[in-house]
Ligand binder design. Structure first.
Ligand SMILES: Nc1ncnc2c1ncn2[C@@H]1O[C@H](COP(=O)(O)OP(=O)(O)OP(=O)(O)O)[C@@H](O)[C@H]1O
Ligand SMILES: [Mg+2]
Length: 235
């Protein structure tokens, strides 16, 4: 579905990703784990074309490596960035509609918005209020909904659990899993909360200093004592 080959990324002369190759199947969730500064955000930004990078990205067979970010997003890559980046003066509704900007199936858009408001009732309750009034967890629900409204094929999530209570993390993760399975969406989930992330993931990838040091089944990761100790606290 998506094929990343030999991707290297640079901030000026500093190289932050070293020839990362990763192949993602549709309808699957991939957890990306790694220490602070390992290159997780850089990997997501490189896939979207927001960082100076070399290597190839293929989406459904098409080489999109030379396309600018907005064209990659038009082709079905959406991101929920670190820190959410909502338009805080815009209402919840306006934020949601930003997600639909590349769509013209207008009646389906309304159905999709209604469906998300059922999943996350707080969005309906605050529909006409500025998004700055939302709490952290509510803002995360809005950011996720906005990304889903673009009907992505690939959803990039950058630490969706940051600042959330465990119960909010569980409900957001459950939602991601349900939507992914239902819509055959591919998800790349960057998380500090490795245990929670792995509960919903099919595969895991580990980045260490910009290099991919593990890629495989979640069960395989969980059976490796060294990796378990490093990323799952040894339990
Ligand atoms: N805009 C930037 N300019 C220069 N260097 C950067 C920039 N953004 C990131 N880096 C560097 O690239 C490396 C990877 O950063 P990245 O943000 O991808 O890490 P991360 O794995 O997402 O970390 P965290 O868990 O803290 O979010 C780090 O060494 C970081 O200092
Ligand atoms: Mg990061």
């Amino acid at each position: 579905m998506i094929e990343i080959k030999n991707m290297s990324a640079y901030y000026g002369r500093v190289q932050s990703l070293h020839s990362v190759s990763l192949s993602l199947d549709s309808g699957r969730i991939y957890a990306v784990l790694g220490a602070n500064g390992a290159g997780k955000t850089t990997l997501l930004r490189s896939i979207l074309g927001l960082v100076q990078a070399t290597g190839t990205v293929r989406l459904l067979g098409e080489d999109i490596s030379s396309l600018p970010a907005f064209q990659r997003s038009q082709r079905g890559i959406a991101i929920v960035p670190e820190g959410r980046r909502l338009f805080s003066d815009f209402t919840v509704e306006e934020n949601l509609r930003i997600g639909t900007i590349n769509r013209n199936d207008f009646s389906q858009i309304e159905t999709d918005i209604e469906e998300l408001c059922e999943i996350f009732p707080i969005l309906k309750k605050r529909f006409h209020q500025p998004s700055r009034n939302l709490s952290g967890g509510e803002g995360q629900m809005l950011a996720l909904s906005r990304a889903l409204l673009s009907n992505p094929k690939l959803l990039l999530l950058d630490e969706p659990s940051v600042g959330l209570m465990p119960i909010a993390v569980s409900s957001i993760f459950k939602m991601v899993e349900q939507i992914c399975r239902k819509k055959k969406l591919t998800v790349l989930l960057v998380e500090q909360n490795a245990k929670k992330a792995l509960q919903i993931s099919d595969y895991a990838a580990i980045l260490e200093q910009g290099t991919l040091t593990f890629e495989g089944d979640v069960a395989l990761l969980q059976s490796d004592e060294r990796l378990k100790a490093a990323y799952l606290g040894g339990h």
